[in-house]
Design a protein around this ligand. Sequence first.
Ligand code: UDP
Length: 310
Amino acid sequence: MGSHLCDRFIKEHYEVIGMDNLITGDLKNIEHLFKLRNFEFYHHDVSKFVFVPGHLDYILHFASPASPIDYLKIPIQTLKVGSLGTHNLLGLAKGKKARILVASTSEVYGDPTVHPQKEEYWGNVNPVGPRGVYDEAKRFQEAITMAYHTYHGLETRIIRIFNTYGPRMRLNDGRVLPAFIGQALRGEDLTIFGNGSQTRSFCYVDDLVEGIYRLLLSDYHQPVNIGNPDEITIAEFAEEIIKLTGTKQKVIYKDLPVDDPKQRQPDITRAREILKWEPKVSRKEGLTITYEYFKNLPEEELYKSKHRFA
Ligand code: UDP
């Protein structure tokens, strides 16, 4: 997401500073920006005090592992970046009199009992379950962001992001789309967790970036869902990937992870009304572009099974 956001803001002629500790990110996604005069990169962990000289208009806080496999492996860092990291960036925004947009998530709804999920729904989260480290960090993030808005008058924006995909995802990040495509490219069977009846709704990255851009420039401080409401079961999704990649492999079934949400679909009425936004890229189109990207990666990327922090 970070690299795509940098690209968009550069395109809009902003001066952009990227900041990342690269624990899950990769410099090669922003290599093309290093030659630009209006781009700078800081290798820094926002959970530690953040110093940036000069003026800032906007801060976008997207720092966090976001794949369940990642945040299960680095639970403390995940909690810290959602809490301490958010606090540091809110402090920076206050000091610079900048507007801040924070990336929240559909995970604040947990395993939802309301469907599709509206922003008014408070969620069904298990605080001490394995996913709690991400969900509760993001819920805290929303709470402290709202508190800075209310008590300090800070200009804040909160986006709740639903499953997003596109080029530059890590093939080994554990999420379902890179997992399935990676398996197809390596000639392995596709691993469905549980019986595959759980649903997700996948949004193409360019649509998400447009939603973020519009929300940042809007004057709306309540949370806004951004995602694609086109919902599909994971079993159907596996079939789509098999068709797309032409793999001869089959699907195999593995245990469903603890607290894995059974259904997920954003209600995007608010985004439609306030931002005049809705997704434009169909799953078919988005998957074709994304598959092209993965197919053209160097061979060794396919076999990088270890996480960098493992
Ligand atoms: N999933 C799966 N096989 C995989 C990886 C994930 O069946 O190899 C399932 C997972 O259990 C979940 C859905 O796909 O129900 C989406 O998982 P993902 O990790 O992409 O993100 P989540 O939406 O759960 O945050």
